[in-house]
Design a protein around this ligand. Structure first.
Ligand SMILES: [Zn+2]
Length: 206
């Protein structure tokens, strides 16, 4: 883009910002009416002449939208690399395809329920943080390695996977404890007043 702006002006749009050096002369009094009008119009179209304000830098201000639209709100990061997916099961499939990492099989081997799965996720993220994933063998894990209180704490900040553990249930395994759990919840909600969850919700409403 042409960087030749009138002295003292700056431009800002979604591709960046440009500023010209300030006026060579003292401009405090000799701008004249015509110059002021032109500048006022220009300001309305592309931004203030006095540079970026705090308001301009907020992510919700104009010019940021295109960039922000590309990032998914719910993005689930692979356990072994930086890749993110918009769906939980896509993370599992990615693991199988790219890393030869079969999360379903590991969960099945250890019959992992909700909390076991939560601990496994945090354990793996911790291990990957500390070691090269290529050197780690998660297929032959000892359950005692990851079923530990310390792995109840999230390893990764805002780990979306931890909020969607139920969605990790293996669709090809009707006996998956996560799928069982979901059925139990559904049954409890369908039944007449049965289920602790329903009772708890009812109690909270009163
Ligand atoms: Zn990956």
């Amino acid at each position: 883009m042409d960087n030749k702006l009138p002295a003292g002006w700056s431009i800002r749009n979604s591709t960046g910002a440009w500023a010209a050096p300030s006026h060579p002369d003292d401009d405090s009094d000799n701008d004249g009416d015509e110059g002021e009008n032109v500048r006022a119009n220009f300001r309305g179209a592309v931004g203030a002449e006095d540079g970026l304000t705090e308001e301009d830098l907020r992510p919700d201000s104009p010019g940021w939208e295109d960039v922000e639209d590309d990032s998914e709100k719910d993005s689930y990061q692979c356990l072994l690399c930086e890749v993110t997916k918009s769906k939980v099961r896509e993370v599992v499939e990615h693991g199988k395809d790219v890393h030869n990492f079969d999360f379903d099989k590991i969960r099945k081997d250890h019959s992992l329920d909700f909390f076991g799965t939560l601990q496994l996720i945090n354990y793996i993220r911790t291990a990957v943080k500390q070691h090269d994933p290529a050197t780690l063998d998660f297929a032959n894990l000892d359950k005692a390695t990851f079923v530990q209180d310390q792995y109840m704490q999230p390893t990764m900040e805002d780990d979306a996977l931890l909020y969607s553990i139920d969605d990790l249930a293996d669709p090809n395994d009707p006996k998956d404890p996560l799928a069982q759990q979901r059925e139990d919840d559904a049954e409890a909600q369908a039944g007449e007043g049965g289920g602790s969850k329903v009772l708890a919700e009812r109690a909270l409403r009163q």
